[in-house]
Structure formats: C-alpha cells, structure tokens
Design a protein around this ligand. Structure first.
Ligand code: SF4
Length: 665
C-alpha cells in the first residue's frame, strides 16, 4: 500500500470482484472500433493502462440491439467477441479487472452502418435538439425485446471473460430518457409515476441478473445531474438509485454528468479545462450517504492527490481517472508506488482524446502521442547510432524531440532563445481558463530532466554556434512568427496582432477581433478583453467561432462569451479597417460587411514558419531536421507528435519515405 495514497491504493470488493485499487479507467469511446468490432489497437491500448496499474478498466459501450447506434461494439459479431476476449485476457493478466458497458441510444440513435440515419426510438415522440432527431415512441414489444437483448449481451461479456458489466442509464441515453418525465410522456406502465418510468431499467437489470446470476459484477452508470435544459436533476437520480438499491439489483453505481441531448449538457460528457476539477463530487457524496453500494465518480479528476481527498472525504469509493490515464498510461502505478511527482498530468484540453474520436480517428493525447499508437511508439528502442544532437527551440516540439532522443541514448542539448521554456504555450496559458495548458511545459520539462537533456536558455542559435557546438544532428524547432496576410487595407486603423494582445498590449474600449483561424486564440482573447470591460465583437472566417477546436471545449467557451455579451459574426473575411470601422466580406455571398464604432482591431491570423536557421544551415555537413511550427504552423498536438517521431528516428537507418518531410538534407 502506498504511503502517499492509502485510500487510493486499497483494494475494494465490488459484488463478486475484488479490484486492487480505486483507480478506474471509465468507459469511453476509443475510435478503435471498425465495423462493430474492436481493432488491433484496442487491446494494446487497454492493456497499457492495466499494465500501468489501473484497478479497473471499463471498456466502451456495446450496442445491445440493432436499433441502437452502429458505431458501437456489436456483441453479436464473432469478430467483436474474439477481440473482447483477447482484451480481457491481456488486461486480467496484469491483475487489473475489466468490466463492459451495455447501452442503447434510444432517441439519440443517429448513426447507421452505411451513414444513413436509422429510425430512432425513444420513450415518446419528442424531438432531440443536438442531433435533430424525431424519434418514434417505442412499441411495447420492442421494449420487451430490448430487455432480453440486454441480458443476452451481458452473457456475451461473460463469455469474453469479463469480470462485470454496467448498464448505461447515463448521458441522456435510452434508459435515462425513460426515467425523465420531460422526455417520457407515455401513458402506459412505462410512463407517468417514477415507478413506471424506471420500470424499463429495473426490467433490464433483472433480466441481466437472470441470465448471468451473481457471476459478474453488475452496476449502473448514470449522470448524477444531466445539467441540460430538460435533464434529470440530482433529486430524481437519487430517487431512482434508492429504489434500485432497495431491489438489491446492483453491485455498484458509476456516477458521471451531462447529457448528449443538448449542447450545454453535452459539455459535461467530457468536461473541458474551464470546468472546476471534481465538480461532480457533491452529487456522489450525497448518493453515497443514501445508499450502501460502492460509488464510482468521474469528472475532471486528474491528480491522485485530489482523488485521495475524494475518497478520504467519503465522496466516493472509486475514482474515474480516464483522461489522466490516456495522458499517462502509468499514472495509477506511479500514484500507488510513491512516484506521483513523475505523473504527466492531463490538462483537460480534449483535443486528441475525445477530439480525435469525434473526428473519426483513434484517440490519442496531445502530450503523449504514444497513446493509440502503442504498437509503434510505446517502447523506445535504443538508437542504432547514438549522436550528439542539438535541438533548437524550447516549445513543445523541441522539448518532446529532446526527451525522446535522450531516452534513446542520444546526447541532447536543447537551446532556447527566451529566458524560459514553452514557446506558444507561454502565451496560451495566460488566457482565461487556460492556465492548465501550462502543465504541458511542466510535464515536458520534467521528461527532459529525467532523460538528462541539457537545457541552455537565453541562447540564440545561428550557424556560427552550430559550428562551434559541432553536433551530428540539428533539430530545428524554432516555431513561427506572427503572420499578417498581404493586401489588407489597414493604414489608419489601430491594429494589433493577437500575439501582441496575449502579451498584454493595450486596446481601446470597443474591439473587433478578426479571427481567421477559428481556434482557441480568438475565443481566448475575446473572453479576456470582455472580462476587462471592453465591448467585443468576434468576427470569424468560418462557420462558427472555435470551429477547429473540440466541440465541448468550444461550446463551453461560447457559452461564456454569450454571458459576457461578446457578439459573434461568422462567415467574415477581413479586408481592411480605418480609424473607426472594420471591413469584412461575407465568405459565402461576397457581400460587404461593415462593423462601425471600432477603436481597435485585433487580427488573429496565425503564424508563419521561421526559416532563418534552416537557410543558415544550407550546406552544413550534419543532419538537419525540422519539426512543429517551424515545419508548418499547426497545434501543440502535431508539434509533440513530430517531436516523438523525429526523436524515434534520429540515428535510425530508415527509408527516406519516412523522414522526407522532416529531414532537410
Ligand atoms: S488530449 Fe488533452 S484532455 Fe485528452 S488526455 Fe491528453 S491532455 Fe488530457
């Protein structure tokens, strides 16, 4: 048992199952399901977290019936069953336990196998807001078939060697819809009273027990608060759980938050950085006081110190630390073996985990791109030919390159012209609600230190210095500089670049932000200036502000801007400005758009890559590589990923095809 975290490290009995500690990777979609079956990455991904010390892994939802979403695991598929078997075997071999999720989207069923919209069934014919679905009220014979299907699906998990199952009544999914009197207006015995509204869920749980007996642990996942316009409230959830507990149907309760039904509620499905850590524990504490079952809680818990406090305060019995383990697969083991200081903390950016999944790609992590790429990058091979490597630039790309190259046995020195490390992250973390972004620098700095990278700050690198240092390879990670497109008519206007504003430049009282990037920069500057008392209009060259960032992060931010009175104008291409007005063109109609009463125009037009060192090193005899924004400006995710790749490729005799984009000579 860890001296640091005795509660977190202690085992727990959940029905027939003992878990070795209280750290759980909760069910989350991995983007590693193809045609209803987990692909080869799936087992490797979960095994890495199990091997890293997790007590319990809950794998993502399986659709229990053909009337649910096609993108979930389809348990009737023999290939899916084989993949789950392999996953269970590999996870259990580490001492970790594994549960599976059983779900049905109900009226939130929006994805058919061929991309068409299937018929959706809900408790009643009430339209959904976020996915714009009009469901059909579920006929009673279909309810009966789905009840039976839940039981059969649980049996499949048993065949696959799983230790338990949880039924999803969370996030506004089908069983939650039936519980909700605003969505369930049926007048049969599945609607009306609470007893009737929870009949479907009770029947499902009883059927699962009938089919699997007491052999597997059985729980329910439910949003303690759905936090959406018509969502379930804490009192309603509490009443349901008390009734289920009284029936003796459950071994545990898994509490989360949010609902996929509307935009505000869906933010809580994977809460972004600007929500408070642990914000759901008041609900879990209440439920834990009301029922005598193990309670699992999730929701912005990324630090074992915080998790320990949740447990010792009696707020829960198990802690969902899912993104914490996406970011650091060994987080649990580090926490329970006294190595908490070496944990790479998740910063809740949502970019490469849920962001990837929603874009149809396997999940990963901006700080740990090895996630989802376990087969290629989890194990770092010693370099075939160790070299002296000079990394130029102390932003995310340079730091990751340096850490990985040093881990592989290269002798690495990192040079940074500024007095501190971080590059663009130093600016990003100064925006409201983004201070956790600075964790990326803290984490990468520690990784460099652990691998013995020498860091020289306040050192500008030119060819002369390279020749003095005489490394065998230079990796250029110098980032970019503020970019302003040619052709803008800005003569008389008070114009600032976004980077100047982030560094603290003064603006007038009435500000227009011309956001050509649709990322975090425009949103962050708008929020900061509005909080400072400016009147702000955010004109974006895109369909919506924050179009390029993960939707929960974006939607939470847009909600904040709305509260602050920021006006958002989409489809706006900047063409010029004068002393009092900013001139735009509508990007669809090409008509003029004029914004008057403007004191300052802030242009968020992104970066251009720096090529100075690249040009200076032309003809130099050593290897020259380039990564991150110095290659082409993108985001931290690509910067860190390219650092990983080049760190892994340095000193390898690889095909030119692999390093064509990154190796300059
Ligand atoms: S991408 Fe961001 S939110 Fe997701 S696991 Fe990594 S650090 Fe956490």
């Amino acid at each position: 048992m860890s001296a640091s975290f005795p509660a977190l490290s202690s085992p727990l009995q959940i029905g027939p199952v003992t878990v070795r500690n209280r750290i759980v990777s909760t069910g989350h979609m991995t983007g590693m399901i193809a045609g209803g079956a987990p692909n080869a990455r799936f087992a490797a991904y979960h095994e890495a977290r199990a091997d890293g010390g997790a007590g319990l892994i809950i794998t993502e939802s399986a659709a229990v019936h053909p009337t649910s979403n096609a993108y979930n695991i389809q348990l009737t598929d023999p290939e899916a069953l084989a993949a789950l078997k392999e996953t269970a075997q590999r996870v259990r071999a580490t001492g970790c336990r594994i549960f599976g999720q059983l779900g049905h989207g109900g009226r939130e069923t929006h994805s058919g196998i061929d991309g068409s919209a299937p018929p959706a069934f809900g408790p009643s014919a009430i339209a959904t807001e976020r996915f714009h679905i009009m469901p059909r009220a579920m006929p009673r014979p279909l309810i009966a078939r789905i009840v039976q299907a839940f039981g059969t699906a649980a049996l499949r998990y048993q065949e696959a060697g799983y230790d338990g199952v949880e039924v999803m009544a969370s996030h506004g999914l089908m069983l939650a819809q039936f519980l909700n009197p605003r969505i369930n207006v049926r007048n049969d015995d599945y609607g009306g009273s609470q007893k009737n509204r929870m009949r479907f869920l009770s029947e499902v749980l009883r059927e699962i027990r009938r089919q699997i007996g007491q052999r597997l642990a059985l729980g329910v996942r439910i949003s303690g608060r759905e936090l959406s316009a018509q969502g379930l409230e804490a009192d309603e959830v509490s009443a349901v759980l008390k009734a289920l507990d009284a029936e003796g149907l459950l071994d545990f309760v898994d509490l989360c938050g949010g609902s996929m039904t509307d935009i505000g509620g869906s933010v809580h499905v994977v809460p972004p950085m600007n929500l408070e850590p642990c914000y759901l524990t008041p609900v879990s504490k209440r439920i834990r006081e009301e029922i005598a079952l193990p309670i699992l809680v999730a929701g912005r818990i990324n630090d074992p110190r915080v998790a320990e406090r949740v447990l010792t305060a009696g707020e829960a019995d198990l802690v969902g630390m899912t993104r914490a383990q996406i970011c650091d697969p060994q987080m649990a083991g580090k926490a329970t073996s006294g190595l908490a200081d070496s944990i790479r903390a998740c910063i809740a950016c949502n970019q490469a985990c849920i962001g990837h999944m929603q874009a149809g790609h396997p999940i990963s992590c901006i700080q740990h791109p090895e996630t989802g790429r376990e087969a290629e990058y989890a194990i770092k091979q010693r370099a075939e030919a160790p070299m002296r490597v000079m990394v130029v630039g102390g932003g995310p790309a340079g730091m990751k390159t340096a850490a990985v190259a040093a881990e592989r046995g290269h002798s690495v020195t990192l040079f940074e012209s500024a007095p501190e490390l971080g590059g663009q992250v130093r600016l990003a973390r100064q925006l409201p609600g983004r201070d956790e972004f600075g964790g990326l620098v803290t984490n990468l700095s520690r990784e460099m230190a652990m691998q013995g990278v020498e860091v020289r700050l306040n050192t500008f690198v030119d060819r002369a210095l390279v020749e003095v240092e005489a490394p065998e390879a230079v990796v250029i990670a110098t980032g970019g500089h503020a970019y302003t497109p040619d052709g803008l008519l800005l003569d008389e206007a008070h114009v600032l670049h976004a980077s100047q504003v982030m560094e603290g430049a003064n603006v007038g009282a009435r500000v227009v932000i011309a956001d050509a990037r649709c990322d975090w920069v425009g949103l962050g500057i708008a929020e900061r200036l509005a909080r400072n008392g400016c009147s702000v209009r955010l004109a974006v060259n895109g369909y919506m502000a924050g179009q390029k960032i993960q939707q929960y992060t974006r939607d939470r931010w847009i909600g904040e801007l709305d509260r602050l009175g920021v006006g958002i104008i989409p489809y706006a291409r900047l063409v010029g400005a004068d002393e009092t007005s900013a001139y735009f063109q509508h990007t669809a109609s090409y008509e003029h758009m004029i914004l008057n009463d403007v004191d300052s125009l802030v242009i968020a037009t992104g970066m251009a890559n720096d090529t100075g060192l690249e040009q200076a090193l032309e003809g130099w005899s050593g290897q020259v590589w380039v990564v991150g924004d110095a290659l082409t400006p993108r985001t931290c995710e690509e910067a860190v990923l390219e650092g990983l790749k080049v760190g892994c490729w340095l000193g390898e005799k690889r095909s030119a095809a692999l390093d064509l984009a990154y190796r300059l000579n």
